[in-house]
Design a protein around this ligand. Structure first.
Ligand code: PMP
Length: 333
């Protein structure tokens, strides 16, 4: 069997392009190479950090880039930092402004993904959270494709489970906590599926690897609660708001059995990278007729249109990045 060199480039997948060169690190806008992190950094060994993933959507007609839910993402970063005891010297609103400036400096004029990471960069080998230098970096990557296919995802229930909140704080988006989802994703792909569903330690449905799950029974949508070891997604909140507004029925947050998913009329996954995707099949059982459900298709379209302000609803979810005139009218300070 041919062996792969350790540094072999990953096959292009997951909808991401080549990252932009300018990053934000240690309070400055720098070329990525100058923001390099030591191989001795504590976080590299132990995953002692927290991160966010947010999206910016380009609208060619407006010549404008819109950050989606940037304040909410940075407020979650603040909460994650508080849980982990990591210092964060900027407020959520300051971080939104820093991110908009980073996007402008990279002259981003396409859909893009923003990755802030707050982590223990100090060269300390001891396993602990305290008295180690923390660092905040923000990087931007174009998203020319889909993170996960949008026409009907085939899922398997993973043999890997979501950790419980007494194992690791689950509502903090912790870098080290992504080993489980990464193992689950690889297990699913190698078994011929697209995505994995992860259960709680006691066998209830939690979420997919990097997205939340909602299921419909007749007119009623249901989703696992925040106390079932999920990361409470910002897209989940948007989807719940849109469903309640459209149907007049609030989404029910309650524990879900695995076999309930098999018999749902419609199932969707939602997250920043995925936006909203229909689930066509779980563990070999077709969901509904095995084709994307109507509500899911509409939600996917609506959230993307709200994100680049083609749809006028919820302008409070988006932040314009460029001044009037778009990238052409902006000059680097
Ligand atoms: N669960 C996990 C484990 C995730 O990584 C994500 C992506 N951040 C989500 C759910 C969805 O959260 P959001 O909608 O805020 O991206």
């Amino acid at each position: 069997m041919p062996t792969q060199p350790l540094d072999a480039p990953a096959p292009a997948a997951g909808g991401f392009g080549r990252p932009y060169d300018t990053v934000f690190a240690d309070g400055d806008y720098l070329p990525a190479a100058q923001a390099a992190v030591s191989v001795h950094a504590n976080a590299l060994s132990y995953g002692t950090g927290t991160f966010e993933g947010m999206r910016a959507f380009w609208n060619g007609e407006h010549q404008q880039l819109y950050l989606l839910e940037a304040v909410a993402h940075y407020e979650r970063l603040e909460r994650s930092a508080r849980i982990l005891g990591l210092p964060l010297r900027w407020t959520a609103h300051e971080l939104v402004e820093i991110t908009a400036e980073l996007l402008r400096r990279n002259q981003v004029d396409c859909d893009a993904y923003v990755r802030p990471i707050l982590f223990l960069a100090g060269e300390v080998l001891t396993v602990r959270m305290h008295d180690i230098r923390a660092k905040l970096t923000i990087a931007v990557t174009p998203t020319p494709g889909d993170y996960i296919k949008g026409d009907g995802v085939r899922c398997m229930t993973s043999t890997w489970r979501r950790p419980c909140d007494d194992t690791m704080p689950i509502r903090a988006k912790i870098t080290g906590s992504y080993v489980g989802p990464a193992m689950a994703k690889t297990e699913a792909i190698r078994a011929g599926f697209d995505e994995a569903l992860m259960l709680t330690h006691d066998g209830y449905v939690a979420e997919a690897t990097t997205s939340n799950i909602l299921a419909r029974y007749g007119r009623q949508w249901v989703t696992p609660p925040g106390t079932d070891n999920i990361l409470e997604g910002i897209t989940r909140r948007q989807v719940m708001e849109l469903i309640a507004a459209q149907t007049g029925h609030p989404v029910l947050e309650r524990r879900m059995h695995r076999s309930e998913v098999y018999v749902a009329d419609e199932v969707l996954l939602c997250g920043t990278a995925a936006t909203v995707v229909p689930v066509a099949e779980v563990d070999g059982r077709l969901i509904g007729a095995g084709v994307p459900g109507e509500t899911t298709v509409n939600l996917r379209r609506d959230i993307r249109a709200i994100a680049n302000r083609t749809d006028p609803r919820h302008p409070e979810w988006t932040t314009p990045v460029y001044p009037e005139g778009g990238p052409a009218g902006w000059r680097q300070p």
